[in-house]
Ligand binder design. Structure first.
Ligand SMILES: Nc1ncnc2c1ncn2[C@@H]1O[C@H](COP(=O)(O)OP(=O)(O)OP(=O)(O)O)[C@@H](O)[C@H]1O
Length: 961
């Protein structure tokens, strides 16, 4: 008798005649699923006397075939059975065993065998029975349904349910993947396309989200069991299968949901042992995507399949993170496929890790933009992240210092399209939780699951699905709304995005957030609420599925508070999960769930907001907060865990998170995602420089200061009375030395020190929040730093020129320098000093935690430089002091200018009895001038490295390298 092949939710199981199989929600079931309508042990499939039979094991909601509830039924090729509901229940499709294959098909067949339960993969020579599904099926004819534009914000997504019971999915002939079929206009936004039946209750939307162009999807082949639009899609998003235990052994590992704080450490994903593919593995091994594919594409044997945004790709994938020609599936001689990144701007990922080229195995998940792909035989399943994903935190625990717990075993799970408020007294760990959830500061224990994937392990890829609006605005207030968004789009979108595409997305977002009337206003001129909207708009540019906000309503009046919360409600309804940390409890009723944090960082309550006050036994939130304050040492977390509501919460997470399979290791050290590939470095640098110049140009005060400072300081140097200026007295003079030359140089050098450092000392601290956010979205640290160095360096050098021109304008100068005219040579050194002190200012800026601390440090720095110029007292031959002076830019600058001016002989010697004892750094030689200048610039470079190092401290932990 042939083996039976079971298909459900895009997965395939080949059932062996020699054993029976149970299906149910029980983790021990052979085929475990998580549809709540399915009983823990729902049915059994076994081979009885040469016939395959299904027996209902007394399930609560029943097993159905052809619309009737059945107790026992024979099944074979073509049978369709539903669990839990006659029309929308989880669907099982049965076909015969795979067909015998030719040698060149053997490897592809192995892919299917890899999905066999418990050691049933056969050697390549073992062909197995013929597969009726393949009989007469020609080489994959790729078909494409009409392209359906996604609905706009607030409009319902068109839903394309799969075939009903006993239906055969229609074969839709059409053009190749990626082509739009001629003459088939897509329906208007929000309309259900013609010929597409309305969704049933609980149907899972398969269309793209508002404003997003849909992926082009190829339909199933004739006689092929459909993947995309079958059972699960029609039945609802939660009839998700867990893999067979065999899969776990193969590495499709799961993690358990520990219910007690003690076993939180078990909640780590487990790597699979090395499979047939090479490349990043270990911690990166993927949790599988437990939902129906949104599209299934046929891979034509021997042909490449290119993915990208451009219409000339075989598979067109839209999205802000997809390059025009992004990646390519290439066939290998042995029948396998490899994925090759085509130099995309945002990377191609396998199991969450960026790859350049990698052979793809049957369990590997390839990530391109917001789409994930999985090979299933000769088909490529596509899973588009439309934002309707399950998000969960499990046992998140953060400890600091000597083991102080500031986040204590926090678990919760939210279904798609939820608005969740996080409230709690000050210091209860809300911000810590937010940082843990976004991966900015991963929890020391526990997991954050995004669409069943471990965010910490796969941060490199998944970070693009997260939008975060910090408490401080992530905008340059000097720019107009439109310009700020334009630069953000330039930095976040792929480098090959056309200006028109960026503009279209900006227009779309501005419209969505009702900001179009403010587009030309400066951010600084907007109200607090409008500014917050702009921050949200900036994050929405890249269509995140998860949006986190940290106290967006702080400082807003109650009306604006309501406006912002309503906006978040709309954003969630539109197909996102929105989590907001807030101090305001006035608008909690707009939320689906409220997470109440208790002192000590534990969860005090998680659930519907309207049940929360009853849970605490108080009439108002102030009473609840007072209770927290008055009973800080109470075990609020224990009270929550002992509650009935907690069981419901855990059950919710359980129902959507696959359990850890027996036999897999329990713990796994947290993995750090590798540094994701940024967009082209030069592109980022250019954008950052342009933005920086725009910001400076629109800050009139700063511009005026930049011009005034060197002009005033240069003018001050002119006040020093000096008959001979910077030159030595003429030979016929009664004076042998010119003491004032040193004084003039001192004023110029100190002025430059002050100007240079003042230019940069606030530059990093004032945009720290912006940097942190942009770094998390892929900004290159070195590009960021270089943009500051180049722009500020040029400004400072120009200031040096102004300073010198004014300072030298009234002075005599020695006739000839060492290499160049004297004024030019000194000006070069002064400008170099400006650069180095500017770099030192950046060090201060990267070091401090608040802008206020920069000023005292700047003053201290300037005074220290005065002391170590070498003009006020003798520095050489003074052990300790001399060496300290080597660290001072002013010392080397005075020395460099001194060599040109021959200051050692122009100024009186320190010891008149020893006129030949001169400062060695002031020797009037070209070599010494070069050394002085070189050391000066080298100090600047060292400062640059120090800044880069210090910047790391302000980056999301997972982004540090
Ligand atoms: N790095 C750290 N080292 C030591 N303690 C820390 C650290 N970060 C946070 N904490 C402490 O952890 C607790 C929680 O801080 P957190 O900022 O998350 O609270 P919060 O609920 O967001 O407070 P608020 O509402 O005032 O913003 C506080 O007591 C805080 O002092």
């Amino acid at each position: 008798m042939p083996e039976l092949v079971l298909h459900a939710n895009g997965r395939t199981w080949t059932l062996d005649t020699s054993r029976s199989y149970t299906i149910g929600r029980d983790q021990q079931a052979d085929i475990s699923c998580i549809d709540r309508r399915v009983s823990r042990r729902h049915l059994m499939i076994r081979c009885d006397g040469g016939t395959w039979v299904i027996e209902d094991l007394g399930s609560a909601n029943g097993t159905f075939a052809e619309g009737r509830r059945i107790q026992r039924i024979e099944v074979g090729h073509g049978s369709i059975v539903r669990l839990g509901n006659a029309s929308t229940g989880m669907r099982l499709d049965f076909t015969g065993a795979p067909a015998a294959v030719s040698d060149d098909q053997a490897t592809a067949d192995l892919r299917i065998r890899a999905g066999l339960p418990r050691g049933e993969a056969r050697p390549p020579g073992d062909r197995g029975a013929a597969d009726p599904t393949d009989r007469g099926t020609p080489e994959a004819a790729t078909v494409t349904p009409p392209v359906v534009p996604g609905p706009r914000a607030g409009e319902a997504s068109p839903v394309v349910p799969g075939p009903g019971v006993g239906e055969v999915p229609p074969v839709v002939p059409g053009p190749r993947v990626g082509e739009v079929p001629p003459g088939v206009p897509g329906p208007r936004a929000g309309e259900v396309p013609p010929g597409v039946p309305s969704p049933g209750v609980g149907a899972a939307p398969s269309g793209p989200r508002g404003g997003e162009a849909p992926p082009v999807v190829s339909g199933p082949r004739a006689g092929e069991v459909p993947g995309a639009a079958t059972g699960a899609a029609a039945a609802g998003g939660d009839d998700l299968f867990r893999p067979l235990p065999h899969h776990a052994a193969s590495g499709l590992a799961r993690a358990a949901v520990p219910r007690t704080p003690g076993d939180a450490g078990e909640a780590r994903d487990t790597p699979r042992p090395g499979g047939p593919t090479a490349g990043p593995r270990g911690a990166a091994a993927a949790l599988s995507i437990d939902r129906s594919p949104s599209g299934v594409h046929s891979l034509v044997r021997g042909e490449r399949l290119r993915i990208g945004r451009a219409p000339d790709n075989e598979l067109v994938v839209e999205g802000p993170y997809v390059s025009r020609h992004h990646a390519e599936f290439r066939p290998l001689p042995d029948g396998r496929f490899e994925i090759v990144d085509l130099g995309s701007h945002n990377g191609t990922y396998v199991n969450g890790q960026p790859v350049g080229r990698q052979i793809i195995g049957p369990y590997d998940i390839v990530g391109v933009g917001h789409s994930a792909f999985r090979l299933a035989g000769d088909r490529l399943e596509q899973f588009v992240d439309t934002g309707e994903v399950f998000f969960a935190a499990r046992n998140l625990t953060v400890t600091v210092g000597r083991g102080k717990t500031i986040l204590d075993d926090v678990s919760f799970g939210v279904p798609q399209k939820s608005l969740v408020a996080v409230i709690g007294p000050s210091g209860s760990g809300k911000s810590t939780l937010l940082r843990a959830l976004t991966g900015y500061r991963p929890a020391d224990r526990g997991q954050v699951l995004y669409d069943h994937r471990d965010l910490y392990v796969q941060f490199a890829e998944l970070r693009r699905r997260i939008g975060l609006v910090p408490q401080d605005d992530i905008l340059h207030k000097e720019l107009t709304v439109e310009t700020a968004l334009m630069y953000a789009a330039r930095l976040r979108f792929p480098g090959d995005t056309k200006a028109a595409e960026r503009k279209a997305r900006i227009d779309e977002v501005l419209q969505e957030l009702r900001l179009d009337v403010h587009r030309l206003k400066k951010v600084a001129s907007l109200s607090g609420g409008q500014r917050k909207r702009v921050s949200v708009a900036l994050e929405l540019l890249t269509k995140p599925s998860l949006l986190f906000l940290d106290e967006p309503t702080s400082g807003l009046d109650p009306g604006l508070d309501r406006d912002v919360m309503k906006l978040l409600r709309e954003l969630a309804d539109d197909g996102r999960t929105v989590l907001v940390v807030t101090h305001s409890v006035a608008e909690l009723s707009l939320c689906d769930r409220v997470l109440v944090m208790a002192p000590g960082g534990s969860v005090a309550y998680f659930g519907p907001p309207d049940e929360a006050l009853d849970f605490f036994g108080h009439d108002s939130w102030p009473d609840v907060f007072s209770a927290f304050e008055n009973h800080r040492d109470d075990d609020w977390g224990g009270r929550w865990r002992a509650s009935r509501q907690y069981d419901r919460c855990v059950a919710e997470i359980d129902s959507a998170v696959p359990p850890r399979q027996p036999g897999t290791p329990a713990t796994q050290p947290p993995a750090r995602a590798p540094q994701p590939r940024p967009q082209r470095w030069t592109g980022q640098l250019w954008t950052l420089m342009r933005r920086y110049v725009s910001v400076i140009a629109s800050d009139k005060g700063f511009m005026a200061l930049m011009v005034l400072l060197p002009a005033v300081l240069g003018g001050l140097s002119c006040l020093v009375p000096a008959t001979y200026g910077l030159a030595p007295p003429p030979p016929d003079s009664r004076f042998r030395y010119n003491q004032e030359s040193g004084t003039i140089l001192l004023v110029l050098v100190v002025g430059m020190c002050f100007s240079g450092a003042a230019n940069s000392v606030r530059e990093l601290i004032k945009e720290r929040v912006i940097y942190e956010r942009e770094r998390a979205t892929g900004l290159s640290r070195s590009a960021y730093l270089m943009s500051k160095v180049i722009v500020l360096g040029l400004i400072t050098a120009a200031q040096g020129v102004v300073l010198c021109v004014i300072g030298f304008s009234v002075r005599h100068m020695p006739a000839q320098g060492l290499l160049m005219p004297t004024a030019v040579e000194v000006c070069v050194v002064v400008s170099a000093l400006g650069f180095t002190t500017m770099m030192f200012g950046l060090v201060i800026s990267a070091l401090v935690r608040t802008p206020e601390k920069t000023m005292p440090l700047l003053v201290m720095y300037a005074v220290v430089q005065v002391v170590f110029t070498g003009v006020l007292f003798k520095l050489f031959d003074a052990p300790g002091v001399e060496q300290a002076g080597w660290l001072m830019p002013a010392r080397w600058a005075v020395a460099g200018a001194g060599t040109t001016l021959d200051l050692a002989h122009t100024m009186p010697p320190w010891n008149l009895d020893k006129p030949d004892e001169i400062d060695p750094l002031w020797a009037h030689t070209v070599t010494q001038w070069g050394i002085d200048l070189g050391v000066l610039l080298a100090i600047g470079l060292v400062c640059g490295f120090a800044v880069a190092r210090l910047l790391r401290r302000h980056e999301p932990e997972v982004m540090r390298d």
